[in-house]
Design a protein around this ligand. Structure first.
Ligand code: CO
Length: 210
């Protein structure tokens, strides 16, 4: 296991390694950030944003929470989206879920989870929206997997509902919103191939803010 002391040892090695390939690495990094991607993922320790994408420091703006949720009254995620879109001009926003997500699993159980109840309620709402499809899946693992995918799709729609995304896309053609699932059983990223412009058109019948 990773001990507390070991973290600082690892950090020293990482600094030395970065400097050995580019002696001005940190000087350049300190100047500015121009990430093209905003990644919204789960806090799960097994789903590392940059590592699984092979992304370097400066390339991805990251927000993580339990269940990769985009809740309209969560000041945290809404600030992140606003900042990423309006000041960093990210070109792509990715919502990334993962199979075997503990948050999604908890939402599928009938237990009282205390402070997590209102948070997980958002995932239960996804279940309710897609109840017919989910109830038709008899295999519980496949149903769990499908809820993970549908949760990603609904959170993408929540990103698209924001004024920042609608306005910026109308002006510049960016950002594009994508939904991914990381298959924790083999490490592979799956693109759910959400049709951003179709979803945008669909939600704007009700949620248009431009
Ligand atoms: Co998770």
């Amino acid at each position: 296991m990773l001990s507390y002391e070991r973290i600082f040892e690892n950090n020293k090695k990482w600094v030395a390694d970065k400097r050995s390939t580019d002696h001005l690495f940190f000087e350049k990094l300190a100047n500015e950030q121009y990430p093209e991607y905003l990644y919204i993922g789960c806090s799960d320790s097994r789903v590392t944003a940059e590592e699984m994408m092979g992304a370097a420091p400066g390339e991805v703006f990251v927000h993580r929470n339990i269940g990769n949720l985009v809740v309209s009254i969560d000041l945290n995620v809404m600030s992140v989206i606003n900042y990423a879109v309006k000041l960093l001009y990210v070109k792509h926003i990715i919502v990334c879920g993962h199979y075997n997500c503990g948050g999604v699993r908890a939402a599928l159980t009938q237990e009282d989870m205390g402070i997590l109840n209102p948070w997980l309620r958002n995932i239960r709402d996804v279940y309710r929206l897609h109840k017919d499809e989910l109830d038709d899946i008899k295999d519980s693992r496949l149903r769990f997997d499908r809820l993970v995918e549908l949760n990603v799709k609904e959170q993408c729609i929540n990103v698209i509902k924001t004024a920042a995304v609608q306005q910026q896309f109308g002006r510049t053609g960016y950002p594009i919103v994508h939904g991914w699932v990381m298959d924790i059983r083999n490490g592979k990223l799956i693109d759910l191939e959400i049709d951003f412009e179709k979803e945008l058109k669909g939600i704007q019948e009700i949620y248009k803010i431009i």
